[in-house]
Structure formats: C-alpha cells, structure tokens
Design a protein. Structure first.
Length: 318
C-alpha cells in the first residue's frame, strides 16, 4: 500500500491544527524540563565521568564509551574497555537516559547508579573493584574535597555512583525541532519531515517508539516478525538480551527498546552495532519487527523525520 497520499493529508491536517494554535495529541511527547539535581553532586559527577582511574589500568573512563560528539554513544559497533577488551554490546547513548524506565540493553539495572556499580566490576569495562577505585581517588586531595563538599560522609562507593548518576541526569538534549513542532511551531519541521512522521505512525514504528524519549519505556523481542539472529548468524550470549537477566525463555532475544532521540548521531545501530546507517536500520526494522517492506522513498522520509529528533547539546556536556 502506498502511504504517501494519506501521510501528506495527515501532515496537512496536523499543520493546520498547529497553525490554529491547537497542537494535535501525539504519541510522542516533547522532553520535559531536565530533572532537578544537586549542583555540587553533579559537578563532582562530571569530574568522575572523565576519570580514567575507575579502570584497573587507568586506560578508560565513562566518557570513553559515551562520546558527546557521537550523541552520547560510541562510533564503533562495540567499544573497548580495560586492557583493550571488547564489550559484548554496542554502547547505548547516555543522553536522556534519565527518562528510560530501565537501564542497559537488557534492562538489567533500574537506575544509573546500578549501572556504575556494574561497570566498575565488569571484567570488560573497568575490571576493577570499589576498594581499588576509592584508594586511587582518595590520593587526589582536590577530588576528596569535592566529595566532602557534596556529601557529609565524603568519599564512598555509594556517593561516587550517586554523583555520576546526578551528572548523567543533566545530560538531556532539549529543544529538538520535533519538540518545537509538538509545542506548536508548525514550521519547525519541513513538509517531508512531517510526512515521514506520519509514515512512522502509520507503519507502526510508534508502537514501540513513543513517549518523551521516543522509546526507552518498554521491552520488545528483536525479531517479532522474522528470525533476525538466524539470518545474521554467529549468535552469542550477549544476543540473548533480557534472558541473561531473568533466565526466562520468553525473554530470549528481548531488549529494552532504545530511545530514538539524537538517533541521527549515534550510528552504528542495534545492540550488536550491525547497522552502519540509519536507512539500513530502518529497513531492518521493517523486515524483522513489522514484517513488511517499504519503498526507498518512504524510508527516506522516515529518516528525514528521525533527523528532527536531534536536540541541543546538554548543558552538562559543555
């Protein structure tokens, strides 16, 4: 079926609604104001985010896998951690992670602080332990003073994780052009981008990618309408997704649906980094999640819409 005409008509209707000052109800919502954080704790967290002493060999930091110029993600399929060891999964964006209902591809952590604890101990990320990390950090008098300023009990593992969590919660990307459109600025996106959004809804992409984070609020099997892993081959433990957390067979190949905010900046895509470009990723989603095909023109329009989800650089990243 050719969705172009209905998409164009719907886009026109949406544009008229906006012009009349009545933005239509949409499944995607604009980002809310950033979470309120403690300034001293966030300032400490920023210092810790770039601190390589978290890794056993002082080679990598949180920023090593979450590059601000790559949309808070990593430019290769899988980042490398301590000792040059390759991670099992693509690095998800850290931007707007405060709006995710769970953290990590598997949803294995409810909050950012839990992620910090997990990566400190992970043999392929930091490969360290809290006693070892704190011993190195405590030797830095200026950093110890930052801890005392932010926390009455000073430098502890829980406080270090909390400070990193507070800083991460500042890494939001407001004022995307699509957010401006949702708030009533009809000309914030182009007619092609608006048509791409209508296709995004009509094809069913929005069933999993909605809400303030355009995803990040549910789990879904990768390969609902086709066996992605059989087609790709070389299945590894990391591909089992949420099964690795719960042990339930129904959770095999299930992952947290990623946010699509800033997705134009975060290639390569998927948990395995297997899609190098956004058009390729969209085609994979059509094949294995929707069980249908789309014309190159429709894919192009959807990709144009996805480009409107790029927000401003987080203030905390400056």
């Amino acid at each position: 079926m050719n969705w172009k005409l209905p998409a164009a008509l719907a886009a026109t209707a949406a544009g008229l609604a906006l012009a009349n000052g009545t933005p239509p109800a949409e499944p995607i919502k604009p980002l809310p104001p950033p979470p309120v954080v403690d300034a001293a704790k966030a300032d400490l967290g920023k210092a810790l985010f770039f601190d390589r002493r978290f890794s056993k060999d002082n080679s990598v930091s949180c920023a090593s896998c979450h590059a601000f110029d790559k949309g808070g993600a990593y430019a290769a399929a899988r980042p490398t951690g301590v000792g040059g060891k390759e991670h099992g999964l693509n690095s998800p964006t850290i931007f707007n992670s405060a709006y995710n209902f769970r953290q990590l591809w598997s949803g294995g952590q409810p909050g950012i602080e839990g992620v910090v604890d997990a990566v400190v101990k992970s043999p392929v990320v930091f490969g360290s332990s809290w006693p070892e990390v704190l011993t190195k950090l405590a030797a830095d008098g200026a950093l110890a003073a930052k801890f005392r300023k932010a926390y009455p009990d000073g430098m502890t593992a829980a406080n270090a994780a909390n400070a990193l969590g507070e800083y991460t919660r500042t890494l939001t990307t407001p004022n995307a052009r699509f957010d401006q459109y949702l708030r009533g600025k009809a000309d914030a996106i182009t007619p092609d981008e608006r048509a791409g959004y209508e296709l995004f809804k009509k094809y069913g992409c929005v069933a999993c990618h909605q809400g303030v984070n355009v995803g990040g609020n549910m789990f879904q099997k990768f390969g609902v309408m086709g066996d992605y892993f059989a087609a790709r081959g070389n299945v590894k433990t990391a591909d089992y997704g949420r099964f690795n957390v719960t042990g339930r067979e129904s959770d095999r190949y299930v992952f947290k649906v990623p946010s699509l905010r800033n997705v134009a900046l975060t290639a390569p895509y998927f948990h395995d980094g297997s899609a190098d470009t956004l058009p390729q990723a969209v085609q994979v989603m059509f094949t294995y999640q929707l069980g249908r095909s789309a014309s190159p023109q429709d894919v192009e329009l959807i990709v144009k819409f996805l480009g409107t989800l790029t927000g401003e650089q987080p203030k905390g990243a400056q």
